[in-house]
Ligand binder design. Sequence first.
Ligand code: HEM
Length: 407
Amino acid sequence: MTATAATDLPLWPPTNPHHGPFALLDSEAQGRLDQPVTRVLLPTGATAWLVTRHADVRELLRHPGLSANFEKPGFPLLRRLPPQSEVDRQGGFIRMDGDEHVRLRRMLTAEFMIKNVRRIEPLIQRTVDETLDALEAAGPPADLVEAFALPVPSMVICHLLGVPYADHAFFQARSRTLLDRTAPPDRLRAEVGQLRDYLRELVVARQADAGATTDLIGRLVRDRVDTGQLTVDELVGMALLLLVAGHETTANMIGLSTLLLLRDPGCLDALREHPDRAPALVEELLRYLSVVRTGLPRLAVEDVEIGGRLIRAGEGVIAVLSLANRDPEVFDTADDFDPYQQAHQHLAFGFGVHQCIGQPLARAELRIALVELARRFPGLRTTVTPEQIPTRDTSVVFGLDSLPVTW
Ligand code: HEM
């Protein structure tokens, strides 16, 4: 069977075409494939099955016959990766299967449960308020990504983990490389190594300071490392995953959501007048923007039937969240942003055993950030057209490089 070339699809654009974020979203809607399960040629030259229907993506992501382990031969990589040492893969449970994955994820589940995230809402509120105070004091114009969308989730995850925010330039730059599909493998390896070294130093410092247990790294040292349940390298890998996943995704969501709401000024007014509608609006933003753009890769480790198609053991599969989130079988206005849509069934956080552990935190951050922005900056507007806004097209997580605004 012939395979559709990756460059024909809006999921993995080879370069930044500078047509603006909405052009890319629209092309994605048009790019819905005739067949729900289609053979595609990946950017690496390998082939895989692309799964795009909501029901099929759910089935695929909860199927025990599919592996998330990048290192298995035949895994459908979306970019060239450097070979990993045994130490480098430790703790990164997003790429583990079965008991190995469960063991590490369980150590964090309670931390990110809704009731515990409620307890840190005052911290999120304070972070948002102080960041907006600084934006107001500096006066217009401003880059909303640099001054708001990126600092808020970075400060929150730093506070939770116990990573000094003063080092944000260091970890934000390396996180960006880690998520860039076009980063050369050598550079990727070097920068991940630097991040691991940095976090290892923090872990070792916590080990030396038995009193430092107010943050997550300190608590995991006391409860898991010191008790022999977790190695230092595993904790380093877990902290790295949380630090990167905990700021990039939410930052990109805040930036893109603001731009989308500014496109239709009525949306920001409605949010200011009815902040109680914010939770539903956040779900629709997550659905429509689906920032984990490249799709979730998996490898079939047994024969599996998805969407009426037999996928043989050893074949790769990509679950395309952004297209599943535009499935007309599930969403009334599938291709358009509709602030009144009931979008709670979206799959922007994935599904199954790897479903995003940080989703209650991400939801709280998005809600508080957008409500406060609407409340405090009623005159907010962009100073350029959407086509002039640089987008992160080569990143695994779609977003804006900058968002020039005034008020
Ligand atoms: C709007 C923001 C976010 C989006 C759209 C998002 C999306 C996702 C998706 C799609 C997955 C599944 C990956 C897969 O199955 O391969 C995932 C997993 C994960 N996310 Fe998020 N995420 C967000 C925010 C966060 C935050 C704030 C944190 C940190 C606290 C976080 C931590 C994680 C972790 C640790 C995993 C791996 C879970 C596992 O493998 O069991 N995410 N995220």
